[in-house]
Write a protein that binds this ligand. Structure first.
Ligand code: ADP
Length: 207
């Protein structure tokens, strides 16, 4: 009992529920991880130093899922800006695991960071690719003085990454960047992904 009790208590203290569908985990005295359910296209904290991350594809000209939703909400200017990102090889503006930045146009955030997660069944090392996608997005955010950044569940849609494995990579990677942002958010579209992320954050941050 004595070894169980302190751990359990610590999790309860560190994971503050601030209402339905939003949980906050302190990462450092000046930064926190927030996990919420919702539509990332409507997310912002303070506008000018905000960025949302797009789960794009290598071509970067829009697609389905969260990519399509972000392009619709940002307006056609976003596709024009993406088209101007130089190709590194024919049809590839952002290789898997890398990240690129554009303005947010009609979105409530100043910036969109486009990253490409792995196709789970096609990638030789999906874990490395997913970690790279999170790390390179966070590095680019830091270089652009972004204070508040929000991620969707990269690769957890049509790219087929198992939720539990994806959550482990996502939460452990953002934890390493605690000192670089005021808030790091996950804005998750479905109950099941939201629940997996919260449980994983309790495991990874709570200890
Ligand atoms: P990928 O190709 O990387 O798998 P998807 O867009 O298919 O990307 O899915 C990534 C995740 O984004 C999925 O969990 C999907 O439910 C979620 N999603 C879709 N639309 C939105 C949105 N508007 N806000 C937040 N998440 C979204």
């Amino acid at each position: 009992f004595s070894s169980w009790f302190p751990n359990s208590l610590r999790i309860r203290v560190s994971a503050m529920s601030t209402g339905a569908g939003l949980v906050e985990f302190p990462l450092s005295p000046t930064s926190s991880l927030k996990i919420q359910k919702g539509d990332i296209t409507q997310w912002s904290v303070d506008g000018s130093s905000d960025a949302i991350v797009n789960a794009a594809n290598e071509r970067m000209l829009g697609g389905g899922g969260v990519d399509g939703a972000i392009h619709r909400a940002a307006g056609p200017e976003l596709k024009e800006a993406c088209a101007k990102v130089p190709e590194v090889r024919p049809g590839v503006r952002c290789p898997t695991g890398e990240a690129r930045i554009t303005p947010g146009f009609r979105l409530p955030v100043a910036h969109v960071i486009h990253t490409v997660g792995p196709i789970y069944d096609a990638d030789k090392n999906p874990e490395d690719s997913l970690r790279n996608a999170y790390q390179n997005s966070l590095r680019l955010g830091k270089e652009n003085n972004i204070q508040y950044i929000a991620f969707p569940a990269i690769s957890c849609g049509v790219y087929g990454y198992p939720y539990d494995e994806a959550a482990k990579v996502a939460v452990s990677t953002v934890k390493e960047f605690a000192n670089d942002f005021k808030e790091i958010h996950f804005v998750l579209f479905s109950d099941d992904i939201y629940n997996v992320w919260v449980e994983k954050a309790k495991e990874v941050i709570g200890k």
